[in-house]
Design a protein around this ligand. Structure first.
Ligand SMILES: Nc1ncnc2c1ncn2[C@@H]1O[C@H](COP(=O)(O)OP(=O)(O)OP(=O)(O)O)[C@@H](O)[C@H]1O
Ligand SMILES: [Mg+2]
Length: 500
């Protein structure tokens, strides 16, 4: 049996109106992958913030190697050999990849030689995580998955004894997850302890050794990672969760969204598809295949060179989000924190953002009605909150995700584009989101869902579009789609002849 490297006893942490940690015990062994499992708002991120010096506990104690330790700052954690990858990306967008990787390193003089050395170090770290980007690229241009991989590389630079990862796989595709898992296994075999948070239950048995389950701020169980899935869900949710992918038959109506020949040099090329009333069309592909770029261009958030976007028979002016919203188009962006929310505003206000903009233009706002509708969506999504006036910034990651989705559900957009809608959302809430999407398609809305979660794409879509290197390389009806077929298409080398 390996020894215990860290032990937490009776940890407590309160925020105004919420007890985030209400007596948490945790025992980490040398060279194990320890999974933290719990619903959105259960206290996982708060726990790791306490362990990494980003928040002080109000009670309880932490021991390392059997001795009590006081982790007041990130520096304290670093000296104890604890490295953390937080749930939110913590890079400086304006700085280059190399500069970000060098940040927080022991101070050096960044003269000409130091810059070279910094770039060499960056190259080595990036190679380790298999990321082919130029160390001089500004981080801002990387996309959310690229940023994640850079953060992982950054944490590896520390030679930590304890590596904490808060939902590292939330935005990664299959290939990147495999790379990450290989690194995690290697570190574990070298004796590093890893704390791993995920909402993808299938990852638990694959990478984990033991699991600590948190519920409402308490540690309710410590079980082996090969524990049955329904048992894990039971421990975590405290009630059975209905069928994971609640499919319904599709009644396909007229085309509500028609995209033809959409092209932007270097990003996507001649992309054409349509989404009909009552239909849920899935869009699969690797990170960087152009899915998000297409979605943003369709919505008017980015420009395109040629092609056209037609909603309900009307051609949209390119690059005009207001016109798109007016025509009934909605987009739930993948980077929700940056693009989907006003963090300093209340939950109710955020939920009403789109509706409000429309209503104001129409001349009046029925605030009471808007609030009732917001309260209903919040309840359907199981938002863990103090009340509708709570600032969105103080919600857990998954609960923030639910607010962005709720906002568009309330806006009653006719065509909804969802970019990774359930990343970071717990199992129970995922099923609720699927139900809400089904209710939308049942009432004649059209939904395009971009997702890197293949079981989700396969489980929910009526048709699946696959993108590779900026091109649409294939389309599969749900009945013919399998994980292997979708992956084979996603890996298509588009230099060759088109598949379609
Ligand atoms: N700064 C804060 N102010 C007020 N409440 C907070 C703050 N940070 C966290 N909370 C609350 O503490 C609780 C636990 O949040 P935490 O982020 O730890 O959840 P989590 O388990 O990581 O959830 P998720 O899976 O959604 O990331 C939530 O109710 C959250 O709203
Ligand atoms: Mg969290």
């Amino acid at each position: 049996m390996s020894e215990e490297i860290l032990r937490a006893e009776g940890l407590r942490k309160e925020f105004p109106g919420v007890v985030a940690l209400d007596g948490v015990d945790l025992s980490l062994r040398t060279g194990e992958v320890h999974v933290l499992l719990g619903e959105n708002g259960a206290g996982k991120s708060t726990l790791i913030r306490v362990l990494s010096g980003a928040g002080r506990p109000d009670g309880g104690r932490i021991l390392m190697d059997g001795r009590p330790v006081d982790i007041r700052t990130a520096g304290d954690a670093r000296r104890l050999g604890i490295a953390t990858i937080y749930q939110e990306v913590n890079l400086v967008p304006q700085l280059s990849v190399a500069e970000n990787l060098a940040l927080g390193r022991p101070p050096g003089r960044f003269g000409f030689v130091a810059v070279k050395r910094m770039e060499r170090l960056a190259r080595r770290l990036l190679d380790r995580v298999g990321v082919a980007v130029n160390p001089r690229t500004p981080v801002a241009g990387l996309g959310i998955a690229g940023m994640r991989m850079v953060e992982i590389a950054k944490a590896l630079a520390w030679d930590a004894r304890l590596l904490i990862m808060d939902e590292p796989t939330a935005v990664l595709t299959t290939g990147e997850v495999a790379t990450l898992f290989a690194i995690v296994r290697q570190l574990r075999d070298e004796g590093v302890s890893i704390v791993f948070i995920t909402h993808y239950l299938e990852e638990i048995a694959e990478i984990g050794d033991r699991v600590t389950v948190l519920r409402d701020g308490r540690s309710v169980a410590e079980v082996p990672a090969n524990t049955r899935r329904d048992e894990l869900v039971g421990l975590m949710v405290g009630r059975p969760v209905a069928q994971h992918y609640p499919r319904r038959p599709c009644e396909r109506g007229e085309a509500l969204l028609q995209v033809s020949g959409l092209t932007r040099g270097g990003a996507f090329d001649d992309v054409s598809f349509e989404v009909c009333a009552g239909e849920l069309v899935g869009m699969a592909g690797l990170v960087g295949s152009g899915r998000t770029a297409v979605a943003r261009a369709v919505f008017g958030a980015d420009r395109y060179d040629t092609g056209e976007v037609v909603v309900r028979g009307r051609r949209l002016p390119p690059g005009d989000v207001h016109a798109a919203v007016e025509a009934g188009l909605g987009l739930v962006p993948e980077d929700r924190k940056g693009q989907g929310l006003v963090l300093g505003a209340g939950i109710g206000e955020n939920l009403g953002l789109v509706t409000l903009r429309r209503a104001t233009r129409a001349g009046f706002v029925d605030r009471a009605r808007q609030r009732r509708a917001a309260a209903k969506v919040a309840e359907q999504l199981g938002l863990r909150m103090i009340g509708l006036d709570q600032e969105v910034r103080t919600l857990s990651g998954g609960n923030q995700a639910k607010v962005v989705i709720g906002k568009w559900l309330l806006a009653n957009a006719v065509v909804l584009i969802l970019d990774e809608p359930t990343s970071g959302v717990d199992v129970g809430a995922k099923v609720e989101i699927y139900r809400l999407i089904n209710a939308l398609t049942d009432s004649g809305h059209a939904v395009l869902m971009i997702s890197s979660d293949l079981p989700e794409v396969l489980g929910m879509s009526d048709r699946i579009l696959v993108m590779a290197r900026g091109r649409l390389v294939g389309e599969l009806p749900a009945a013919e789609a399998t994980q292997d077929r979708v992956l084979a298409l996603a890996l298509t080398d588009t230099e060759g002849p088109r598949v379609r």
